[in-house]
Design a binder for this molecule. Structure first.
Ligand SMILES: Cc1cc2nc3c(=O)[nH]c(=O)nc-3n(C[C@H](O)[C@H](O)[C@H](O)COP(=O)(O)O)c2cc1C
Length: 347
C-alpha cells in the first residue's frame, strides 16, 4: 500500500488514534507492506492541515496503538518520514517562513486551516537549519522504533524538502549542498546516515519521483535525470529495504530530458529491491514484475477504496471505486467505511 496523506489527525496533538487510524490501517493489514501517510518529523516539517507527526510523545503513543493493531492483524508497517520544505505556509509556523534549500517560491498552493493559500518565498536553510533537520529525522526514526514500526520510508519525493535539494532549479546554493549532483544529494545522504543510527539500512526505504514535472512546484531540467541516476546508483552501496519509484504523475512525453518509463530506465541501474508505483492494477503489476522491471508494486488509490485489495486480486473480484471528495476530509466517511468482500455492507 502506497503512502497516502488522509488529513484525519484533527486533534490538538496531531496524533493518530486507535479508533480512526488504527482501524483504517488494521483493515488494510493483508497488504504485503503498509506504508503510512507522510508524517512530519518536526513542527517545522508540516505543510498540510491535520497530518500526523512523529516528533512528540503523544504522537509516538498514538502510532504505537496503530502499529499494535496492524501487527495483531498479521501486517507489516513502515512509517513515511516527511518534511515538506517550501511546500508550506507561514500559517503553520506562527508566521515564520517555511524552510527550503534556496529562497525560491514554488508558486504552488497549500491547504491551510483557512483553505487553499499561495506559497511564499521560503527561508534559505542555514547550516544550523540543516544540522537541526538531520537531527529531527534521526529523532523521528528513534520515535518510529519506539512506536514499534517495522521500518521507515524517507519521503525524498514529490517536490518536498529533499527533492527541492536535488533539483538544480529549486536549489541554487553555492555551499556544499548546491551546485554539483553530489552536493545537491548531500543533505539526503546525511539524513540517511543519521537515520541508520536508529534503524538498520535493511529497514529503510527511500522514495523518488524522477520525472515529476509541473506539480508541487517542481520543473525538470537537463540535470534532473542524471541527478537521480547518481543518487540511485549510489544507493546500491546502502543495502536499503527498497527504493520506491513513481512513474511520472503528468504526461512528460514531449520533454526531451524526461524519462517516461521510470521502472525500465532505473532497473538496470539499481541492483537492490525496486518498488514501482502509479497507475497499476493487478494485470499491469504482474506484467512489470514478469518483465523483470520491478520487484514490488505499490497501490495507492485502489487501497483507499479496497481495504482487502489482496483478497480481491486473489479472487479476481470486482473493485470498489474511490470517492475523491473524501480524500482529504475528516472523520470516517471515505476512510474506514469501504466494504470488504466478507463484509459487503458499509459500516
Ligand atoms: C489522497 C492521496 C494522498 C497521498 N499522499 C501521499 C503521501 O503522503 N506520501 C507520498 O509519498 N505519496 C502520496 N500520494 C501519492 C501516492 O502514494 C501514489 O503515488 C499515487 O496515488 C499514485 O499511485 P496510484 O495510481 O496507485 O494511486 C498520495 C496520493 C493520494 C491519492
Amino acid at each position: 500500500m502506497a503512502p497516502m496523506t488522509r488529513n484525519r489527525a484533527d486533534n490538538p496533538d496531531s496524533k493518530p488514534t486507535a479508533e480512526l487510524q488504527g482501524l483504517y490501517y488494521g483493515q488494510r493489514a493483508s497488504a504485503g507492506l503498509l506504508i503510512t501517510e507522510g508524517s512530519q518529523v518536526s513542527k517545522e516539517a508540516v505543510g498540510y492541515i491535520n497530518t500526523p507527526g512523529i516528533h512528540s510523545q503523544e504522537q509516538v503513543a498514538g502510532w504505537k496503538e496503530v502499529v499494535d493493531k496492524v501487527h495483531a492483524e498479521g501486517g507489516t508497517i513502515y512509517i513515511q518520514l516527511w518534511h515538506v520544505g517550501r511546500m508550506s505556509h507561514p500559517d503553520f509556523h506562527d508566521g515564520a517562513l517555511p524552510l527550503a534549500p534556496s529562497a525560491i517560491n514554488p508558486k504552488a498552493e497549500v491547504y491551510t486551516a483557512e483553505g487553499l493559500k499561495d506559497t511564499v518565498t521560503p527561508k534559505e536553510m542555514t547550516q544550523e537549519d540543516i544540522d537541526r533537520t538531520v537531527a529531527d529525522f534521526q529523532q523521528a526514526a528513534k520515535n518510529s522504533v519506539a512506536a514499534g514500526f517495522d521500518g521507515v520510508e524517507i519521503h525524498s519525493s514529490n517536490g518536498y524538502l529533499f527533492h527541492q535539494f536535488f533539483n538544480a532549479t529549486s536549489n541554487q546554493r553555492t555551499d556544499a549542498y548546491g551546485g554539483s549532483r553530489e552536493n545537491r544529494a548531500r543533505f539526503f545522504f546525511e539524513v540517511l546516515e543519521a537515520v541508520k543510527k536508529e534503524i538498520p539500512y535493511s529497514k529503510i526505504g527511500a522514495r523518488f519521483n524522477p520525472s515529476l514535472h509541473g506539480m508541487f512546484g517542481m520543473e525538470m531540467d537537463e540535470e534532473t535525470i542524471p541527478t537521480f541516476e547518481y543518487i540511485i546508483d549510489r544507493l546500491n552501496d546502502y543495502n536499503l529495504a527498497y527504493i520506491h519509484l513513481s512513474q511520472p504523475f503528468t504526461d512528460v512525453s514531449d520533454i526531451s530530458y524526461a524519462v517516461t518509463d521510470i521502472a525500465q530506465h532505473f532497473r538496470p541501474i539499481y541492483k537492490g529491491t525496486l518498488m514501482i508505483n502509479v497507475g497499476f492494477d493487478a494485470e499491469k503489476a504482474n506484467k512489470v514484475i514478469e518483465d523483470g522491471q520491478a520487484d514490488l508494486v505499490s497501490f495507492g488509490k485502489l487501497y483507499i477504496s479496497n481495504p482487502d485489495l489482496v483478497e480481491r486480486f486473489e479472487a479476481d473480484a470486482a473493485l470498489e471505486d474511490w470517492d475523491k471528495d473524501t480524500f482529504y476530509t475528516p472523520g470516517k466517511k471515505g476512510y474506514t467505511d469501504y466494504p470488504t468482500l466478507k463484509r459487503e455492507e458499509k459500516v
